[in-house]
Every structure is written in C-alpha cells, then in structure tokens.
Design a protein around this ligand. Structure first.
Ligand code: C2O
Ligand code: CU
Ligand code: CU
Length: 422
C-alpha cells in the first residue's frame, strides 16, 4: 500500500498450502500469501519503508537481489529475523528502472526456503522507463514471469529433501509464477516479458517454438542501449531479461509457445486473440550505459576463483565463514574484479556468480568484448568452466555484502564470500 508522503510496504514470510495440481494441496511458503510473492513497485527517488515480518517457524532474512542499498538493509545471512519477529527497513531507491527480485538468505537454508516458494519481483520505474513507449500494461502486455523447476513426490507434494541434490536441485516440472501448465493470452501487439530464472540450479534457454526472433530490451539492472535481436536467450539462476515479442508480426495460425531449448519442452503456450493491441514501440535508443576508457584500463584488484562441485565447492579455496571478511572495497570507488571458473578433473560446471548491493559492468569474457546483450547493468553472470570474466564494480553504499554462486545449494555449501565496503 502507498500514499503520497510515505511508501510503506509490509512483506510477511508465511507458510501455507497451495493447490499446484488440481485437487491436491501441498505445503509451501510465500510472501503475503501461500506461494511466491507480490510485485513490489518502486520509483527511482522514492524513500521506501518495508516492514518485514517472519511468520515462519524458522529463521529467515529478506534479501533484495540487485538493489543498491546499504549492507544493513541488504538482508544477507547476518540479518536474521527470528520466527515471530519483525524488522523495519528503510532505503532510498537510487538506481534506474529495472526488474529485480527478493528472496530469503539465511545461512545454509536459502535453497530450501526459495524452493518452498519464497521469491517475488521488484519493479523500479523512472522517467526514462515511462517515456520509452515500451509495452507497460501490467498483466496485459507487460508480463512478469518467474520460471522455477520443481520435483513433486508421488503424493504430488513439494518435497525439498527428496528433491535435494548437492549440485543444485533440478526438478522435472517447470512452474511459471507458481502455476503448472500455464497459458498466456495476448493481443496481436508487442508484448514485453520480464523473465526471471528463479530456479535453484537449472539454466534455462528460452526460444520460440517457431524459431522466430524477439528482442531483448533489458538486462538484470536496466535497459540496454539498443534492443538486441535474438533467437534464444540463456538465463542462469537469478538472472533476469526483459524481452519483447511482436505478436502482430508473427504468423498466429501457428501454435506459438516459449520453449525450453534443452529438451524442446513447452514452457509457455501463447493464445493470440484477434484483437490488435496498443501501438507500443521499441525505440532505437533506450539508455546511456557506457564503459569509460578509465574503467577499461583499471588493473585487476580482486581475484575470485570459483571451483568444485557438490559439497566440495569453494571460492579462492575457502568456504563461507560468517566471521571472515574476504575483501574490502572503498565506497564509491570502481574496482575491477576478475572471476575465474577453474575446471576440475571432470571438467567443471557453470557457476552463476552474483554480488550483492551493486550493479556492475562486464568488461570482458576471456579477453573479448561480452555479447551485445550483456552490455548493460548486471548483478549475476554466467561463468563457464575455464572462463575468465572481468567486471567493473562500484558500491554506492557501505556495509558487508555477500558474493556467491547462485546455484543455491552451492551457496549453502559455502560457495560464498564477503566484501566489506567502507
Ligand atoms: Cu539472489 Cu545472495 O542472492
Ligand atoms: Cu543478491
Ligand atoms: Cu556453483
């Protein structure tokens, strides 16, 4: 709820029951409801207050993934809220329009709590986002889509311990916004999809079943400078992308669907009505993201080596220790971090690398320019085995922030470190 003077939100972590399969309920967690959470809408420049309330029987935290706030408000593993307790947080929204999200972050329990349903989206809007002319009618041509894979047992119950895998829980059932077998009805118009890979571990490669192209307009932390035309897009856990599909240009005699490239399975079928929609556009220029010469020439001052699988995962040879600060960085000073994914005897695996409290810029991947659709603000990056990614990062606020692999089981297995910004 909001009013002119003050924006106060209430976000409760709750337990509940959800009918995912018709006629059967399963125990789930949710924010302000039984499964997943509301979309929180902020405006650049807002001062936001959030009453965070823990109505679970276990400890939790409220982490705002991608939001540039102080370490105090960030909701990492140090900000535990005990069952029955609440905490009021307050921050100013200083960053540009983007699609972020929120989820719990208690040490060792993040994966299970997210899996059980604790996740919601955050939309930040600003003057630019409102004036671009992109589709922006919520639920009509501007659609939030949270993709998560789950495993259900024979009784159709969501059962984390049964599904759990040390390398990340890969489910056999994809839910979109918590819904099994969803369908999206759209008009013959441009439709913007805000995609979040909210899975614990699965990478999703999205494409249209017809092979038609679409355009990507935004990355994790803001708009791209120009729309990028793609035939498919891969998101590792916690990455977001906003894409626009132009249904007025597609052959709607075909059955259209968003599919999972990995196995060709249908994720989201579209039903296209005969109605033509509003006349939105995709402008050629959307943002002024840039990487300066100075940033390109900065020396590497932080090295991060991702290594291992299962419960053997480490960062720089170490496991998370809540009492150890791994790095320090000065507030407002840009540094270059070099992230390397060191292969093991088995070859290794992709680790999605995330840093709290800041949006960063990818300078290079293995010494080369990143692909066009990564030339924008990011807070999570996919790092392939034997790949080196250089990023330029500046923290606007102070505090202790986590950096970690966003395969949530890797995070819980200790693939996480802390940077103290002072
Ligand atoms: Cu999605 Cu530590 O974060
Ligand atoms: Cu985060
Ligand atoms: Cu990992």
């Amino acid at each position: 709820s909001d009013n002119e003077e003050e924006l106060v939100y209430t976000v409760r972590a709750q337990k509940g029951e959800t009918e995912i399969f018709d006629g059967t309920k399963t125990k789930t967690y949710g924010y302000n409801g039984s499964f997943l959470g509301p979309v929180l809408r902020f405006e650049k420049g807002d001062t936001v207050k959030i009453r965070t309330i823990n109505e679970l029987d276990e400890e939790t935290t409220f982490h705002w993934h991608g939001l540039e706030v102080s370490g105090e408000e960030d909701g990492g593993p140090h900000s535990v809220i005990e069952p029955g307790e609440e905490k009021l947080i307050e921050f100013e929204v200083t960053q540009e329009a983007s699609t972020l999200w929120f989820h719990p972050h208690p040490d060792g329990k993040t994966s299970e709590q997210v899996y059980n349903g604790l996740a919601g989206l955050i939309y930040i809007e600003d003057d630019n986002s409102r004036n671009l002319g992109l589709p922006d009618e919520y639920g009509k041509n501007d659609i939030p889509l949270i993709f998560q894979d789950k495993t259900f047992d024979d009784e159709k119950q969501l059962n984390y311990s049964a599904a759990m895998n040390e390398d990340g829980t890969i489910g056999d059932t994809s839910l979109i916004n918590g819904t099994l077998n969803p369908k999206l009805t759209v008009n013959k118009e441009k439709v913007r999809l805000r995609l979040l890979n909210g899975s614990n571990a699965r990478n999703y490669t999205f494409k249209l079943n017809t092979g038609d192209s679409f355009v990507q307009v935004a990355t994790d932390g803001g708009f791209l400078n120009e729309p990028v035309t793609l035939n498919e897009i891969t998101l590792t856990p916690s990455e977001r992308a906003e894409i626009v599909i132009d249904f007025s240009q597609l052959n709607t005699e075909d059955e259209l669907a968003l599919i999972n490239e990995e196995d060709g399975s249908t994720l989201l079928p579209f039903e296209v009505s005969d109605q033509s929609g509003e006349d939105s556009s995709i402008p050629e220029e959307m943002n002024d993201f840039s990487i300066t010469e100075e940033e390109r020439n900065l020396p590497v001052t932080k090295e991060v080596e991702l290594f291992g699988m299962m419960d053997q995962v480490t960062i720089n040879g170490k496991k998370f220790d809540p009492d150890r600060i791994d790095f320090t960085q000065e507030q407002g000073v840009t540094e270059v971090w070099e992230i390397y994914n060191k292969p093991d005897d088995m070859g290794g695996m992709i680790h999605p690398f995330h840093i709290h409290g800041a949006q960063f810029k990818i300078l290079s991947r293995n010494g080369e320019e990143p692909p066009e659709n990564e030339r924008g603000w990011k807070d999570t990056i996919s790092v392939e085995p034997d790949e080196t990614v250089k990023i330029a990062i500046q923290f606007k606020n102070k505090g202790v922030y986590m950096f970690h692999c966003h395969i949530l089981e890797h995070e819980d297995n200790g693939m996480m470190g802390q940077v103290k910004v002072e």
